[in-house]
Design a protein around this ligand. Sequence first.
Ligand code: NAP
Length: 415
Amino acid sequence: MASDWKTCTPPPGGETITYDGKTYTVPNHPIIPFLRGDGTGPDIWAASEKVFDAAVAKAYGGKRKIHWMEVLAGEVSFAKTGEWLHPETLEALKTYRIAIKGPLTTPVGGGIRSLNVTLRQVLDLYACVRPIKWYPGVPSPVKRPDALNVVLYRENTEDVYMGVEWKSGTPEAKKLIEFINKEFGKSIRIESGIGIKPISAFGTRRLVRMGIQYALSHGRKSVTLVHKGNIMKFTEGAFRDWGYELAKEEFRDAIVTEDELWDKFNGRMPEGKLLVKDRIADSMFQQVLLRPDEYDVVCTPNLNGDYLSDAMAAQIGGLGIAPGANIGDGVAVFEATHGTAPKYANQDKVNPGSVILSGVMMLEFMGWKEAGDLIEKGIAGAIAQKRVTYDLARQMEGAKELKSSQFASAIIENM
Ligand code: NAP
């Protein structure tokens, strides 16, 4: 297979990560594909790669090493191959199973969908995972940023993101509206644009399962299902119902629902159990500001999760340092949560923290936690010394502004 690749070169000496349907086996010299990304992506990647390699070398003294393999997507792919997302890139991500990416430009117009959305759908990366926690010293707009420490699991393949929608005035929109009005007695204005919001039991159950498994394996205290089920009963409301159903069916001995907490346990959480609760989406935006420490793992449908994750990221210092991952069964792609910030391209200026912390998630996912811990220590140290990139420096009194590459060096010095 390896000799057939045309747009990428599997590094010699690297080995393939395998997956048996449940667990990944990571060799000591895994091949990990990376997408450099567009705009500021190359600067960010250069800084990040340096940090990852230093952490792995320090943690394992040469016993373990990542063999990076560049794969193409975005502007660089279009320039080299005429394709925004080369089919070989998808093949490489499936073959090597764990990958990391910088931000990609979404081509505007021309019928090309977001590359990120395409990657998620084609590889069936059904959970978008965003840990949101504060690092001491990072400027934040709230009084107690340390009180928020949440891991958000956002459903990634369904909901209005499926792109099932038609423009106002098109024959398709009119036909659908006429059908709905006539067959179901509704009164949608005929000139409306129209979109469809599918949410299934299958999509909900696998997402909530992943969230609960994470909560249990990481000693988290609660899982909250966030929905707008009071209005959208059969999509968002069903998300809540299917979530509880799954929790009771598959994790009965490990969980207590919020109703049970009051009915059976008089409001006192039994030792060692995981609390499963739900919140209406609008109230959840208040809750994470007013009572952040009551939330832990949070599971959401696609659109709610999109809004909520960015809002929570703002609380802990912004997107520049918020990491993320898109995870399916047997493939995981770790990624920056911000865009390409094109106005800063090639200036070695922006904060590489989002990709670096996504790498921390990746290392933990691989079972290489020691290396991830070193990076977290390095970041915390650099921030405590106020040696940071422009975005943080402009909000921190007495900070020294570093370039992306210098920030990487400061992280390494602090490991
Ligand atoms: P953006 O690239 O995220 O940039 C918006 C602003 O956020 C920047 O001007 C900058 O703020 C700040 N920022 C972003 N990344 C930063 C970093 N690493 N360090 C410090 N500050 C950072 O959003 P956009 O301008 O709306 O989108 C640009 C392109 O990125 C579009 O093509 C979009 O489709 C794409 N995009 C890709 C992804 C992805 O690949 N996951 C996600 C979102 C958007 P200041 O100007 O205040 O310094």
